[in-house]
Design a protein. Sequence first.
Length: 129
Amino acid sequence: MTDKKDLYIIIGGLESLCKNLTQLSQNLIYEVNNIKSLINSSESNNSGKKISKIELPNYARTFYENYLVKILNNHKELTKREIKIECELRGKKLTYSAITKYLTNLVKYKYLISRKNPKKKSEMLYKLN
């Protein structure tokens, strides 16, 4: 049987973990709201202009990069708005020509996957990154 002292240590550790997770989720919510406001402000302006780069903390950037990889792996069709978010999260200055180029590369990537040519597929993955 576990001592009371051990139980208090375990409970203290769990409380600390909960506080850290709460703070992390609040940080992510704050960053997502920043991204939404940036997108909304860029859509109300002249859409051909570049918008400022979104700076995300490392944990959030990794999360969204993993999300993008999942989208590519599942061959999901992306909307222009999603592509704008993806481009910004990958640290690229955004213009409609950048979106068009991204779409072109995505289509080429999907075509190469459909042909199952591993060498060219890996080359295209490198170009997308």
